[in-house]
Design a protein around this ligand. Structure first.
Ligand code: PLP
Length: 393
């Protein structure tokens, strides 16, 4: 099936079939093209593949048939013209940002960003690019920060760990009106729950390490957007050397084939856990866009189809009490990352304990009792029982 054949198809149909036309073998499960380089038939053929943009069969840093298949599936999912795989989510963020700006340009970014992206933004002034940070939840904040030299608006929604949202349609409208490139990190939402390109955003980036891969076994990234933008990002990523191995691209493709099913279950389990925690006497507050109590619940209903599998909650109690709850959980594993089949939990005050001052943590809303949960695919009643027991212990 070609990209246009997917008009109107459901998300699980798309991920089941997209990219299969690129498999030129008779194998139903596509082979992994574990090769560094590809044989040329003649001098003329060699010259052609060496200079072609984004060749599938020249040299794997430039591209590879396994990459192409996964990229086609990502285009169908996000509804974009072209996609690029990168060796990690940060590889995709880096390629998207660095191929959008030059010295003298200005970026408007939301204040609340994934830590690696924030570090990249803080490096930009060294290359002559200024950045203004804005409160993503305040209407008008992005427009007020735009200058004549602004080229890029960079956002992320929902955010880590407080699950705050950015109004994507409003950012897209601003981008169109002022001729700016708009990029969103769509990692937490996934294209099952949120399709930024349909809302008018130019480019979606992902840490495919998370839901897209879905099995906690790869480090991967991707970006999806207009062909000319992806071509520029490819040229940048080619020299940055941020190439995904064909093996990881194959695992990503395997993960993508069940994305619709997995995300539906993540959504359902997370909503059930969020509701349970919200009614628990030992819990002060739950941060989840699917709850009516979330300050941006209306926006969540407008721009998301489901509310994703990540939530955070604040315990009534001390730092030590939060550590005790984490260590009492039997199904949830104490580990960084999110979006895989098994439930993971982190204690942000501990994770960022040595990097951030108490003032920085309180500015970010990271209280001592805050726990972030990436809700997995376990059976709902078992998950709720695990949290109930740990909270009571
Ligand atoms: N964007 C978000 C929202 C993330 O949570 C992460 C990693 O946790 C990244 C980007 C970076 O992804 P990676 O670790 O695959 O480089």
């Amino acid at each position: 099936m070609e990209r246009d054949d997917f008009e109107g198809a459901g998300v699980q149909t798309k991920v089941t079939h997209a990219g299969k036309e690129l498999n030129k073998t008779h194998a139903v499960s596509s082979p992994i093209w574990l090769t560094t380089t590809f044989r040329a038939d003649s001098n003329a053929h060699f010259a052609e593949i060496a200079t072609e943009p984004r060749p599938a069969e020249f040299y794997t840093r430039y591209g590879n048939p396994t990459h192409k298949e996964a990229e086609a599936a990502l285009c169908a999912l996000e509804g974009g013209e072209a996609a690029l795989l990168t060796a990690s989510g940060m590889g995709a963020v880096f390629a998207a940002v660095m191929s959008s700006v030059s010295a003298g340009d200005h970026v408007v970014a939301q204040r609340n960003l994934y830590a690696g992206t924030e570090t990249l933004m803080k490096e930009l002034p060294r290359f002559g690019v200024e950045v203004t940070y804005v409160d993503q939840a305040r209407p008008g904040a992005f427009a007020e920060a735009v200058r004549p030299s602004t080229r890029l608006v960079y956002v992320e929604t929902p955010t880590n760990p407080l699950m705050m949202l950015t109004d994507l349609a409003a950012v897209a409208e601003l981008g169109r009106a002022r001729g700016l490139t708009t990029v969103v990190d769509n990692t937490f939402a996934t294209p099952v729950n949120q399709r930024p390109l349909e809302l008018g955003i130019d480019v979606a980036v992902h840490s495919a390490t998370k839901y897209l891969g879905g099995h906690h076994d790869i480090t991967a990234g991707c970006l999806v957007g207009p062909k000319d933008f992806v071509g520029r990002a490819w040229r940048f990523s080619l020299v940055a050397g941020a190439t995904m191995s064909p093996f990881d691209a194959w695992l990503l493709l395997r993960g993508l084939r069940t994305l619709g099913l997995r995300v539906e279950r993540h959504n359902r389990n997370a909503l059930a856990l969020a509701r349970f925690l919200e009614s628990h006497p030992r819990v002060e507050r739950v941060h989840y866009p699917g709850l009516e109590s979330h300050p941006q619940h209306e926006l969540a209903r407008r721009q998301m189809r489901g509310f994703t599998g990540v939530l955070s909650f604040e315990l009534r109690g001390s730092y030590e009490e939060a550590e005790r709850v984490i260590s009492s959980l039997k199904l949830a594993t104490y580990a960084a990352s999110l979006g895989g089949y098994e439930t993971l939990v982190v204690h942000p005050a501990a994770m960022w304990g040595l990097q951030l001052s108490p003032e920085q943590k309180s500015e970010m809303g990271v209280s001592v009792g805050l726990l972030r949960v990436s809700v997995g695919l376990e059976d709902e009643q078992d998950l709720l029982a695990d949290f109930a027991r740990a909270l009571e212990g």
